[in-house]
Design a protein around this ligand. Structure first.
Ligand code: PNW
Length: 480
């Protein structure tokens, strides 16, 4: 935990958005209360074998009843923003319609009012993976003609109900994960496997739905509500395994274009998928004997409609991988094999409670520079960053290490590299339902006891540490 010789002392910009995040299914519980409809996560978590510890989010952290306590915990951190998500099925039980469920609106309205009364601004995600089941029954993210208008209608419903008080909107959380884990590898709800085809179709419709939600705000609400609307993309940063090998350098860039450019290039770039992605998928599809690429195409009008549909770059990032060039077989087509890369981690990086998550703070600085170099001075809002463990210990010094050095690398990117970062969000406010891992992996600044029906919360050492960084707005030099 020593600062070390490379530590950068200094402050974050004035007005920096310090924040902390959760999502609806992971914390709310109240899964069938007050007229809420079923979501794909209600369905999925109840299927035996889908969740590692066999648990569900039926009660989770019980935030549906304990939101006032949550707000006091958020307030104690000293953050300006609280990022949470709305349960689509709580607001529109069947995903569609113009008359929302009054009890659902009331719950979020109360939460928003409680936040504002305590000096915290809401930053609201419309969609954090809990699709209404009745939309999934009609094809979900694979069915453009159902899902795009339904999401547009849902977005409008939310802007109408909450937009007088909510000024930061995030349309989609991590469309990459929705497409890959939900419709590709099938590890997350709805659990479909279409690694080489469904994944691209879901991605295509997620982009179209996002664009519609942005355009609706722009046309119908912006002039009166004066808020910001963006999207949150996740990325595992890629470094070349051997930086002296041009093939590895190209491979790392190619993997970044697949994982980040897939959504970022249409929105922040030229409106279309990255060239290298179009080329790779077309080549692999042709080798398979297909007459057209598995990657769908946008019309010119669609490109124009998607380009520019985010007021900030919402960025979720946790870890890094080293990438080498490796030609993958074409006969088992998948999103990952389409890239012709192979990935590994560095054995020296500290591990966490999640197999995929290793701490490599320098990766954060590299990533922020990558975003700047590809998409220019778009304001970057880090909307998730954090680390897990398996025991939820209150003496979570590994988490303090993680926040300290990840944040220090963000500060370096701002002060030394001129990257425009406007905010930072810790994942997560409290231990919660970690999707298909159940309650096994804990990311919280606050511990939650899931064996106690009253779900007591206790601050961990990291909560105090995070509050201290926020109070200082950075890292004051020890000599000053
Ligand atoms: C995010 N990856 O998901 C989600 O937005 C949160 O709901 C989740 O709890 C959190 O991260 C921790 O997992 C991710 O493999 C899942 O790179 C996996 C990855 C990234 C983000």
């Amino acid at each position: 935990l020593d600062d070390g010789p490379d530590f950068h002392y200094g402050q974050f910009p004035n007005g920096f958005f310090w924040s902390v995040a959760t999502s609806a299914y992971q914390i709310e519980g109240g899964w069938n209360e007050d007229g809420k409809g079923m979501s794909i996560w209600d369905t999925f978590s109840h299927v035996p074998g889908r969740i590692e510890d066999g648990t569900t989010g039926d009660m989770a952290c019980d935030s549906y009843h304990k939101y006032k306590e949550d707000v006091q915990m958020i307030k104690a951190l000293g953050v300006k923003h609280y990022r949470f998500s709305l349960s689509w099925a709580r607001i529109l039980p069947f995903g569609i319609g113009i008359e929302p469920n009054a009890k659902g609106i009331e719950y979020y309205s109360n939460l928003i009012n409680e936040l504002i009364a305590n000096g915290i601004q809401p930053a609201v995600t419309l969609y954090h993976w809990d699709l209404p089941q009745s939309l999934e029954d009609r094809g979900g993210w694979l069915n453009e003609s159902i899902i795009v208008p339904a999401f547009a209608n849902y977005a409008r419903t939310c802007y109408k109900a909450f937009g007088d008080r909510v000024k930061f909107w995030i349309t989609l959380n991590e469309p990459f994960i929705t497409a890959n884990a939900g419709y590709g590898r099938g590890k997350k709800a709805p659990g479909l496997t279409g690694e080489g085809d469904l994944v691209y179709i879901a991605g295509h419709n997620l982009l179209k739905a996002h664009a519609q939600a942005y355009r609706i705000y722009q046309r119908e609400f912006q002039s009166t509500q004066k808020g910001f609307v963006g999207i949150t993309l996740n990325i595992v940063y890629k470094e070349p395994l051997n930086p002296d090998n041009p093939l590895d350098v190209e491979a790392a860039e190619r993997a970044m274009q697949f994982d980040m450019g897939w959504f970022a290039n249409p929105i922040y770039g030229d409106g279309d998928y990255p060239e290298v992605m179009k080329k790779q998928v077309a080549m692999k599809s042709q080798q398979q004997g297909l007459y057209q690429s598995r990657l769908p195409e946008f019309t010119d009008a669609e490109k124009k409609n998607i380009k520019g549909t985010s007021d900030f770059f919402g960025l979720n990032t946790y870890t890094t991988r080293r990438v080498e060039h490796f030609v993958q077989p074409f006969d088992k087509p998948s999103f990952s094999r389409d890239q012709d890369v192979r990935e590994q981690t560095d054995p020296s990086w500290p591990r966490s409670g999640s197999p995929w998550l290793l701490a490599y703070p320098e990766g954060m600085r590299g990533l922020l520079n990558w975003v700047k170099n590809h998409y220019g001075m778009v304001p970057i809002y880090v909307t998730e960053n954090g680390i897990s463990d398996r025991n939820g210990t209150l003496e979570d010094y590994h988490r303090i290490y993680y926040y300290k050095f990840y944040l220090n690398n963000i500060l370096k990117a701002i002060n030394m590299d001129g990257v425009r970062v406007i905010g930072y969000t810790a994942w997560s406010l409290m231990d919660n339902y970690e999707w298909e891992k159940g309650y096994l992996e804990r990311f919280g600044l606050y511990h939650v006891d899931f064996t106690d029906p009253s779900r007591p919360r206790t601050p961990k050492a990291s909560a105090k540490y995070y509050a201290e960084i926020i109070a200082n707005n950075g890292f004051p030099s020890p000599t000053s």
